[in-house]
Write a protein that binds this ligand. Structure first.
Ligand code: C2E
Ligand code: MG
Ligand code: MG
Length: 560
């Protein structure tokens, strides 16, 4: 008859949340607690009857960890914990932490008692014994395992034709910013918390892997496209909650590229490449996620070609500038031009800046290109001023990208272009998008201040699209707001857009700034803008951007 103590101890094991197991040195399992069923997926009875079962459950990736763990437990009083991936009957593998200890039994024999619990990703850093080659920050399996799982997925979907799968390439948007501004320990914590959130929402047939950095892969088998999209939205919602990084609250977004079956793949790396292409596209899309399709691959190949071709194009003189007139709405006279970059590509013909400038920005090629643009615009204008004395007082506005503005030597670059060409800084305007001005407010403030002192005017481009705070705007040394063309060209159709244009014009007047309305396409727009007391306009209604030769031939001011 067991005494009261041992009955209570028994109760302790029976009600433990952990899977409690006691075995002897030879590997015989002497007792297993009921929680084994939920944690290890097998009834305690079965575990006791099949001593090799535990070892067989260990995932191939973790067999060596298991071996080391068991070797350590051969010493009396040893205590060791290991993070192990185990295969569950009929389910995807899971991670468990096994804490084990060598104890002495009632008859002096050595026993091993162990407690196993499921581990959420992110917790693993406390468990030093687990040596994962990749993704060790989160304890999640890495690239090698991912490749293996994808091969299995292809194999099973070939066999059972109907079965659908979804693979998601997820990437945290602001990791670099967190790393740069708060430090790497914050970044690491962010990655771990992201892993936890992804894991929390993982569907039953889902598998989560960490490729490294801020990149995660989620494989969902036996699913439908609709369910995958629902999952993606759920993840986005989960990320709306701020992450608590030590003393900071940070809200990040996550971009997801999705590959859906039945696109047939042979090589896992092809699927990953496509998912990655879709993910990068997702970063610039409104929804934050993107399903891969063949056109994306074509686009991606083209942008790679563009990227490689940019430096050659500059040396071969394939870039040139077009100039779009800016007109005073009241007097209808020219007040200046905006310089707009064009690329005459030998294979594709003329490529618009919207396509190649983001690529030039991402590779820093914008820096030498921007220098070229500044000088070209100044030289072209000097030529114009010489040939057309009636245009001598007209200014040129040059667009400046965020990458250029944030370069430490940007002000010097402008100064150098001015002194190399001898151009009058009073006839130069720099257009900076509202979003670029917001990326580093303090830096922007001092740089723009210096430029303004040199006599250069500053315009905030695409105004209305960038959510600037008004208090910030008031401190910026800006001379002019350019109302984004999406509002102006939609004014005749939408009350709301009309209202936005009106507010921007009022705001500019309030702050003693000029306003230029971009995208004036119809006489209706012109009429409306005049009623609103807008100073200048620019758009297809007046003139499309054109080459310097055409500008030279414009009628004399006031002639029309
Ligand atoms: P942006 O600075 O807002 O330039 C105005 C864009 O609107 C130009 O497009 C122009 O052709 C177009 N546009 C002008 N009037 C109308 C109109 O009435 N209706 C419509 N729908 N569009 C009109 P573009 O030349 O394709 O340039 C696109 C963007 O690329 C520019 O927007 C600017 O952000 C950037 N960009 C162009 N040239 C340069 C450059 O030399 N350097 C930098 N950093 N960016 C440039
Ligand atoms: Mg512009
Ligand atoms: Mg604009």
């Amino acid at each position: 008859m067991p005494d009261l103590d041992s009955q209570f101890y028994r109760l302790l094991a029976d009600t433990s949340y952990y899977a409690e197991i006691v075995g002897d040195e030879a590997g015989t399992i002497l007792c297993a607690s009921p929680s084994c069923t939920t944690i290890l997926g097998h009834e305690p009875q079965r575990i006791m009857e099949e001593p090799g079962l535990l070892k067989d459950m260990i995932h191939p990736d973790c067999q060596s960890t298991w071996q080391i763990h068991m070797d350590i437990l051969k010493t009396p009083n040893a205590c060791h914990s290991a993070l192990l991936r185990i295969n569950l009957p009929g389910k995807h593998p899971v991670w468990i932490e096994r804490q084990a200890q060598v104890i002495t039994g009632p008859d002096g024999e050595l026993l091993i008692r162990s407690s196993c619990r499921r581990v959420c990703p992110g917790e693993s850093e406390t468990i030093s014994s687990c040596e994962l080659k990749e993704g060790s920050l989160t304890g999640l399996p890495g690239r090698e395992y991912c490749m293996l799982q994808l091969e299995r997925l292809f194999e099973s979907s070939r066999r059972s034709g109907e079965q659908g799968y979804g693979v998601i390439y997820a990437d945290i948007d602001q990791l670099k910013r967190v790393n740069d501004s708060m430090g790497h320990s914050y970044g690491d914590l962010l990655i771990r918390q992201a892993a936890e959130r992804l894991h929390e929402h993982l569907p039953p047939m889902g598998d989560l892997m960490h490729l490294g950095g801020d990149e995660f892969i989620i494989i969902i088998d036996n699913t439908t496209p609709r369910a995958v999209i629902r999952f993606v939205k759920e993840i986005q919602d989960a990320f709306k909650k701020p992450c608590i990084l030590f003393d900071q609250r940070v809200t990040v977004a996550i971009s997801m590229g999705i590959v859906l079956s039945p696109v047939s793949y042979v090589r896992p790396e092809d699927l990953l490449r496509n998912a990655n292409i879709a993910m990068r596209k997702a970063k610039t899309s409104r929804h934050g996620y993107k399903v891969f399709h063949a056109r994306l691959l074509e686009e991606s190949l083209r942008s790679t070609e563009i990227e490689l071709d940019l430096p050659r194009a500059l040396t071969d003189g394939e870039f040139y500038l077009h100039y779009q007139p800016i007109i005073s709405l009241e007097s209808h006279v020219l007040t200046g031009f905006e310089a707009l970059l064009r690329w005459d590509h030998p294979k594709w013909g003329v490529i618009r800046p919207d396509e190649f400038l983001p690529i030039a920005e991402s590779t820093d090629f914008i820096v030498p290109l921007g220098e070229w643009i500044l000088k070209r615009a100044m030289r072209d204008m000097q030529q114009l001023h010489t040939k057309r004395p009636d245009f001598a007082g007209l200014s040129v506005a040059v667009n400046i990208s965020a990458k250029q503005l944030n370069r430490y030597d940007f002000v010097n670059q402008v100064q150098k272009a001015l002194s190399d060409t001898g151009y009058d800084p009073e006839l130069l305007k720099l257009e900076i998008t509202e979003t670029a001005a917001m990326t580093n407010p303090e830096l922007t403030d001092t740089r723009l201040g210096k430029l303004k002192k040199m006599g250069i005017e500053i315009s905030l481009d695409d105004f209305g699209t960038g959510y600037s705070s008004l208090s910030y705007l008031r401190t910026l040394p800006v001379d002019c707001l350019k109302v984004d063309r999406s509002f102006v060209s939609g004014m005749d159709q939408s009350q709301e857009k009309q209202q936005i244009v009106r507010s921007v014009i009022n705001l500019a007047r309030d702050m003693n700034m000029n306003v230029v309305a971009e995208g004036v396409e119809l006489s209706e727009h012109w009429d409306m803008l005049k009623v609103l007391d807008c100073q200048d306009g620019q758009g297809f209604y007046f003139s499309r951007p054109m080459g310097l030769d055409k500008i030279m031939e414009l009628p004399e001011q006031g002639e029309e």
